[in-house]
Design a protein around this ligand. Structure first.
Ligand code: ADP
Ligand code: MG
Length: 244
């Protein structure tokens, strides 16, 4: 679906991404994980076309990602950021349907789609008329997810979508996300810094550090055969999630 070939991105001379070569599989959930500042969000922003690489090439569906093609492609990708990024002055319904209305969808197309999405994300119908500050953090993330899914994109990019939620709500949404990803069969690329979440949601885990990829695989593979001492350290640092 996406490929990156020796992609680098620098900010003020410092490499945020340093020669990344990677392919994301269609219809699977890939999870980007690594310490804060390792380049996870930068990688997602390159995929969605919010940033351009300094070096290397990116392709989507076999074609190079270029500024010119981004406008059309953008509708084939859904994007959710950590705090949801909802417009505070719009109701949940208006946040979700903004782009569809902009593209000229008719009300008869919009309403059934909203119903499908609310059922999929377990969002109460009476919440659609509320503003983000009248909804809980978990509900707002469900709204952000519905907004990302509204145009039925092929790809879903999620940047720490559960990062700001407290543990019980987070647990609930993890369960729901897993079901949703399985039901939709879309290509999902999710960023988290929680290894248990990565292992629960991801078919493939991509462990990054300082703008590079250290290891790609399943958690068990990383535990059994770490490619570098840091992989082991990273897993050990999160051991409290897995018990003694
Ligand atoms: P992560 O999401 O893994 O925490 P980021 O991709 O946000 O990491 O950031 C990677 C590195 O690039 C960090 O050192 C960060 O400070 C830097 N960086 C990211 N975005 C910008 C920006 N717009 N301007 C300057 N530096 C940035
Ligand atoms: Mg980030």
């Amino acid at each position: 679906m996406f490929t990156l070939d020796r992609v680098s991105k620098r900010f003020q001379g410092a490499a945020a991404l340093d020669g990344i070569t990677l392919a994301f599989e269609s219809g699977r959930t890939s999870v980007l994980i690594g310490p804060s500042g390792c380049g996870k969000s930068t990688l997602l922003r390159l995929l969605i076309g919010l940033l351009l690489p300094d070096e290397g090439t990116l392709t989507f569906d076999g074609r190079p990602l270029a500024v010119a093609s981004m406008r059309g492609l953008r509708h084939r990708m859904g994007y959710v950021i950590q705090q949801g990024g909802l417009f505070p002055h719009l109701t949940a319904r208006d946040n979700i349907t903004l782009m569809a209305r902009h593209l000229g969808w008719r009300q008869e197309q919009i309403e059934p789609r909203l119903e499908v999405l609310a059922a999929l994300t377990h969002f109460p119908a009476d919440g659609l008329g509320r503003y983000p500050n009248e909804l809980s953090g978990g509900q707002n993330q469900r709204v952000a997810l519905m907004r990302a899914l509204m145009l039925d994109p092929e790809v879903l990019l999620l940047d720490e979508p559960l990062g700001a939620l407290d543990p019980m709500i987070r647990y609930e949404l993890q369960e729901d996300l897993k079901q949703i990803f399985a039901a939709l069969g879309k290509t999902v690329i999710l960023v988290t810094h929680d290894l248990a979440e990565a292992a629960f949601l991801g078919h493939t885990i991509i462990l990054m550090r300082e703008g590079r990829i250290l290891q790609i695989g399943r958690l068990a593979e990383m535990m059994d055969a770490p490619t570098e001492p840091f992989v082991e350290q990273f897993i050990r640092a999160q051991r409290n999630h897995f018990g003694p």
